[in-house]
Design a protein around this ligand. Sequence first.
Ligand code: XBP
Ligand code: MG
Length: 261
Amino acid sequence: MNIKALIFDVDGTLADTERDGHRPAFNMSFAEAGLDWYWSPELYGELLSVTGGKERILYYLGHHRPEFRPEQGALEEFVAGLHRCKTRHYLELLKHGEIPLRPGVTRLLNEARTSGLRLAIATTTTPENVTGLLRSTLGEDAIRWFEVIAAGDVVPAKKPAPDIYLYAMAQLGLQPEECLAIEDSDNGLIAARTARLQTLITVNDYTREHEFAEAFAIVDHLGEPENPCHVLSGDAGLSPMITIDALQASLMTQRPLSHTA
Ligand code: XBP
Ligand code: MG
């Protein structure tokens, strides 16, 4: 069956946002709160196993600062306040154009729009971070290219739970076999596959070593004419660039995922 929609993950997929975007924003929020916490690129790689910024801070406290207690109020409220501050710093970084889209993303988005494919986003990050990234890289109008921006706390359980993908497909009114998910991480792949979605993986420095069991295909990036992609697993015909036609042709050879996928 021809797919009718692409559902994009954001962090690590649309753009390499984690090491030089979210991570410094977290560190700026800690400094602003007078905390001596610092997340190095290496420590952040460990913490990325937990999706969601608030959940990641709580995980860090449980595993690295178990003695910490906020001076006043409940821990959850303290963490939520810290996270709001972090989001403010992250949006500032985006506004200064610090984080570009990954290779092939703009090209594939435009190809999808030209060929009438519908576009959606399914991400763990906060909604304002999504619109901030789209605005700073593609301009205000690009926000409306996506019929659905499913993000953050709109669902009770974050990736690797399938909730955000189930929510996005419900909003689109489409079945899993009519969509393709594009992701960067194991958590994202598990979420998409549990929602019975075929999933294309574009790896990055933090996720290169992930397992990626049963991905439709794994590439280093989506590819540009002057920057061909490399197929690390799956249909070699997908290189030198991930195009809508190549995806449709390759997906036609795949069987629909079973309920137990
Ligand atoms: C990645 C995440 C997010 C970001 C930080 O989301 O897990 O938590 O790391 O953003 P995805 P927030 O790969 O699903 O796009 O601090 O806003 O959560
Ligand atoms: Mg991601």
